[in-house]
Design a protein around this ligand. Sequence first.
Ligand SMILES: NC(=O)c1ccc[n+]([C@@H]2O[C@H](COP(=O)([O-])OP(=O)(O)OC[C@H]3O[C@@H](n4cnc5c(N)ncnc54)[C@H](O)[C@@H]3O)[C@@H](O)[C@H]2O)c1
Length: 338
Amino acid sequence: MKEDRLKIALIGCGGIAQEHWKGIQRIATRVDVTVVVDTNLESLNGMAAATNAEPFSEIGLALERGDFDAVDIMLPHDLHESAALDCFNAHKHVLLEKPMAHDLPSAERILEASKKVDTVFMIAEQAQYWPDVLKARELMNDGAIGEVISANGNFYDPVSVDSQAPPPWRYSLASSGGGVTIDGGAHWIRPLRMMMGEIDEVIGVAGHHIPRMEGESWSRMLLKFESGTVGTLICQNVAHVAAPADMFRITGTMGELQITSGRQGQLILYNNENPRGRVIMNAVEGKINSYGEEIKDFCEVVLDGKVMAATPEFSLGEMRTALALYKSIKSGSWEKVW
Ligand SMILES: NC(=O)c1ccc[n+]([C@@H]2O[C@H](COP(=O)([O-])OP(=O)(O)OC[C@H]3O[C@@H](n4cnc5c(N)ncnc54)[C@H](O)[C@@H]3O)[C@@H](O)[C@H]2O)c1
């Protein structure tokens, strides 16, 4: 008989796990969280209490004794490979938070291992489900702004600079593999790829202004898309009050699309018919729900054989873009993404 529900283990019960759990309750309602895993007992017990799932302080023990068919891995980047490989070996379906790993060889080993098993492997990237980005692409296809020329993205990510607390793992290059670009920047790189097509090459600069953070805390990148169009992306950690900026702005020969940031987050179309701008949609709710949508997608791939919205090979693109930026900072030249 075809299964109708998916038993999942949440591996890593930190920050993003809270969003995944909300998404499961609101959107991915065919998922049952039966197991939770974390080495930090406070996080583990908190998540066990919220989900009513069986807690384990080690992945190995959970794989040996827990009752689940799939895992949602939400760990520091340098722990992705060992966790994913253990789960593949135990024949579990694997949803793995972005980026696939902290460096390319590790990501390639994960991909190779995923191909040797017949379970599902998907990278969690919620921007794939942002309704304003999907709608913008549709409007661009319909010629709403004429021939597309360029895209700008602005990613501002608040960080805490508590000098008394130990530095978070994402401040360590060995754990994270980079800074703001490879981490949260991924959620801006994916929409740029969805709207503008594949990125061919990048050039950029980056720097450090957050104490104790080894990776870049800001970057500025120029992108050339395979289509011949161009883009810019600002990735910026902020420990101060920041001014509002567009999330995205797409320029064409006949108009512009704007995706505004913050609580009023809207997709707005400017063209001859709409010189003052027409609000196409408010997308805040859709963005909040996108974590649930990605888990629902994963669940339907496993249970119903649905085709996933973005393959793991495609999902390597954000990480490869960040790595190309890092190369370009050293070489001072344009660097290929693929
Ligand atoms: N999609 C998004 O918007 C988004 C946002 C934040 C983080 N992330 C991604 O999610 C992943 C986790 O990030 P986070 O911000 O939740 O980190 P976090 O530090 O808040 O949580 C990680 C958790 O893993 C636990 N842990 C560490 N080592 C472990 C081990 N060996 N076994 C079991 N548990 C272990 C930690 O105790 C912690 O609770 C990363 O890949 C990150 O890039 C995605």
